[in-house]
Design a binder for this molecule. Structure first.
Ligand code: NAP
Length: 403
């Protein structure tokens, strides 16, 4: 059996996890041949194998013994250069870099086709949960209606600590970082970008359409306040950061990332701490639920190992749904029901609501519960950045073909 000699880019949380997991996986017949990092001195001081490390990508690309690239660095643009170079040179790649994959997916698909070189990235969406390959293979038919879930472990950890344990938001964020769930730049998690990038990748494999990040409504948890938590508790629900892609008709789907009120009857209600949970809904089978660790060194490395093994068996994504004739089209012309809390910003005057169901005004804070078009939320996005504003989705049911 051919030995896989890995050129590893990145030796941080995930890179170190990969080194551990590979050393346990005898049937992978794989080893790490060379490791490229940003700051060489940081790594060569405390290792028995300083000769493995380099800060020059050429040392990997020019090494004739390297036959697989694993890319887990924390810089999306540098990662794009590395992965592009590998694919052009005919070197198969496994990556966990959701920001890079989500921003460059159309070009990455083209590069794979042009050079006949595979790229796998299941680790980029939900760490150890095998979402991508399942969507690509098992759910490769017309029955799929919706993929919805908690895709970001660090915001879920923070919300769990704040919501269930009454902890302070800043302390919960610091703990998430300390435990390695948070990205190097915490705003990436908090503002919903991490979940957005995962959702973009999931959407390509769920419905066969790439939607660029700037078109998708994304709102994070950074402005959550005690009054929002109190409101949710009174209603018997939890607030979770939820990403979803959902067919709203035979011909259209929509997608967005925002905090959502989740009732106890939902699978994702009990997805707490750093865990991720993904609900797949379809005709005939209703709902299926995948739960697991979406981040952290070893869970993410386990997914990278799974992709390495898949490559060993010549697996590659075929992107079959992208060539289906009846592909649904993305739309933001959809009505949502939104809880919107504010103090100074006059939200009822600024948001083009279709119908206001509830309005509450007090000295401390105010809120409305109103129907509003997703398109209008996108247009009013800047208003929602005001520090006194927080919004959450109150989920509506779009289509149910079985009833
Ligand atoms: N952490 C998770 O749980 C998780 C889960 C799923 C996916 N991911 C993804 O995996 C990737 C890595 O995450 P991480 O948490 O392991 O990050 P990290 O702990 O910050 O480590 C990043 C590594 O990248 C190296 N690096 C940065 N720029 C580089 C460059 N231009 N060339 C070579 N090496 C470079 C750094 O080198 P130095 O050590 O010398 O600074 C460091 O070793 C990210 O794309 C992230 O989104 C992470």
């Amino acid at each position: 059996m051919k030995h896989l000699n890995i050129g590893l880019f990145g030796y941080g949380t995930v890179g170190r996890g990969i080194a551990q997991v590979i050393s346990r996986a005898k049937n992978a017949h794989a080893g790490i041949g060379r490791i490229c990092v940003r700051n060489l001195a940081k790594h060569t001081a405390d290792t028995d194998h300083p000769e493995l490390f380099t800060d020059n990508a050429d040392d990997i690309f020019n090494d004739p013994n390297i036959n697989l690239i694993v890319e887990v660095i924390d810089n999306a643009e540098a990662a794009w250069e590395i992965v592009r170079r590998a694919l052009v040179n005919g070197m198969p790649v496994v990556t966990g870099n959701k920001a890079m994959v989500a921003r460059h997916l159309p070009e990455l698909i083209e590069l794979q086709r042009e050079h006949g070189t595979p790229l796998l990235y299941d680790a980029s969406s939900c760490g150890s949960i095998p979402v991508i390959r399942n969507l690509e293979e098992y759910y490769d038919n017309d029955l799929l209606l919706e993929v919805k879930g908690i895709l970001n472990g660090s915001t879920n950890y923070i919300l769990s600590r704040v919501f269930d344990h009454g902890e302070d938001y800043a302390a919960a964020l610091a703990k998430a970082q300390e435990l390695g769930f948070a990205e190097s730049d915490p705003s990436f998690d908090i503002d919903g970008l991490d979940a957005l990038f995962k959702l973009i990748i999931i959407t390509v494999h769920a419905v066969g359409t790439y939607v660029p990040p700037e078109k998708i409504f994304t709102y994070g948890i950074g402005h959550i306040h005690e009054s929002d938590i109190r409101y949710a508790r009174e209603k018997g629900v939890k607030i979770k950061l939820v990403a979803q892609v959902v067919k709203i008709s035979e011909t259209q789907f929509t997608m967005f990332v925002m905090p959502e009120f989740v009732s106890p009857s939902k699978y994702i209600y009990s997805v707490d701490d750093e865990y991720n949970g993904v609900v797949i809904r379809g005709e005939c089978y209703d709902r299926q639920f995948m739960f697991g660790k979406g981040a952290g060194a070893l869970p993410t490395a386990s997914s990278i190992l799974s992709d390495i093994m898949a490559l060993r068996h010549d697996y590659r994504y075929e992107y079959k749904k992208m060539s289906y004739i009846d592909r649904p089209e993305y739309t933001d012309d959809v009505l949502l029901r939104i809880y919107a809390r504010y103090t100074g910003t006059n939200l009822p005057a600024l948001l083009p609501t279709v119908h206001v169901h509830e309005q509450y005004i007090s000295k401390e804070s105010n809120y409305i519960v109103a129907d509003i078009r997703l398109r209008d939320l996108i247009e009013c996005r800047a208003i929602l950045d005001a520090p006194d504003v927080f919004i959450a989705n109150i989920p509506q049911f779009f289509i149910d073909k079985d009833n």
